[in-house]
Design a protein around this ligand. Structure first.
Ligand code: SF4
Length: 109
């Protein structure tokens, strides 16, 4: 096989991999764009005592809450960047990384 055929194959292979990568990134972005912020008045959120800001949690009402707990350290928070991210308990919704709910579980270190 000639060198020019090998180079063309390598270029084509690289272009296909790049296109696949762009498609995956666009798919992830459109999923995030379709998600809406979870509100404290959402029925499931209210049932689980979700607060968008953990510092506002009433410790008398939620005795399991500790000041060191927030969504950012919870095992249910999905990977990502920014203050609003997916949570395994609230499909299609974004929780605030500074929030909290009563099923918080420490993410393994
Ligand atoms: S399960 Fe964890 S990440 Fe999800 S809202 Fe509750 S504390 Fe936040």
């Amino acid at each position: 096989m000639s060198d020019s055929k090998i180079q063309r194959r390598q270029i084509l292979k690289g272009a296909l991999l790049s296109a696949a990568g762009v498609t995956i990134l666009k798919s992830e972005r459109s999923e995030a764009a379709e998600m809406v912020k979870l509100t404290e008045s959402d029925p499931t959120a209210a049932a689980l005592g979700y607060h968008t800001n953990a510092k506002t949690v009433d410790v008398k009402q939620f005795s399991t809450y500790k000041p060191t707990q927030s969504c950012s350290s919870c095992v249910q928070l999905q990977a990502g960047t920014g203050n609003d991210r997916g949570c395994n308990l609230f499909p299609g919704k974004l929780v605030n990384v500074n929030g909290w709910c009563k099923v918080w579980v420490l993410k393994p270190q």
